[in-house]
Design a protein around this ligand. Structure first.
Ligand code: ATP
Length: 215
């Protein structure tokens, strides 16, 4: 088990977002975190990343977990001056050793960005930007990665490309993936497990068995 969540409760003022959540994630799992708008998916992620304290309950990651995080899509100013490569290198030391440059080369290659590494981030497409965020997170060599709505606002081919890369990380590197999305068909195609957050509770299972309950 890589994550054990126990009786996790979150309230903002007196409003309960979720109550007594209990679930586990296994090492190497690929889980879609699904649920309607406002169900608390981002709040749950922020708690797990230590950015927000829960009202009650607890969670524990395996002691060997190294987390990577790709935040919700943010617009980058078209005038943003850094190249894709320099943007990725922001997650590194000021003095860039040969080894660090090689690691950047490797992540550019793995994320299909080598040929456009000198394109400015401001000019990059949505999919290229998301792959740059992912490459930046991968420089830390995480063994678990959390992606919040990484494919929202991407065109269909960019979605597929990003998902194929995430699948590659899972298959080739055994990366555990937690992927927040509204896109059930995409999740069914690429993910293996699901968590469904709604009305303050969570359901878990195999993605093949997931049926959205509209209520
Ligand atoms: N800091 C905060 N203070 C008060 N309320 C908040 C705060 N952060 C989130 N909320 C509320 O908590 C609820 C859950 O929000 P959250 O963003 O976690 O949902 P979500 O499932 O990620 O939604 P979406 O799919 O639209 O991104 C929302 O009603 C939101 O307004």
């Amino acid at each position: 088990m890589i994550l054990d969540v126990h009786n996790l409760t979150m309230k903002f003022d007196n409003r309960t977002i979720f109550q007594d959540l209990d679930f586990q994630l296994q090492e190497g799992s690929m889980t879609a975190l699904l649920g309607p708008n406002g169900a608390g998916k981002t709040t749950l992620i922020r708690i797990l990343l230590g950015m927000l304290a829960p009202t009650a309950g607890s969670f524990q990651f395996d002691e060997h977990v190294k987390l990577g995080y790709v935040p919700q899509f943010r617009n980058i100013d078209p005038e943003y001056p850094l190249s894709i490569r320099s943007f990725i290198e922001l997650n590194g030391p000021l003095f860039k050793s040969k080894q660090f440059k090689q690691e950047v080369d490797h992540e550019l290659e793995e994320m299909n960005l080598t040929s456009i590494q000198h394109t400015r981030m401001g000019e990059a497409s949505g999919g290229q930007k998301q792959r740059a965020y992912l490459a930046q997170a991968l420089l830390d060599k995480p063994n678990m990665i959390v992606l919040d709505e990484a494919t929202a606002s991407l065109d269909p081919s960019a979605k597929e490309e990003l998902m194929a890369l995430i699948q590659h990380l899972n298959k080739k590197h055994g990366m555990t993936v937690l992927f927040v999305t509204h896109d059930v068909p995409l999740a069914k195609k690429y993910m293996k497990e699901y968590l469904y957050l709604d009305h303050g509770t969570v359901q878990a299972g195999k993605i093949a068995d997931f049926q959205e309950v509209y209520s």
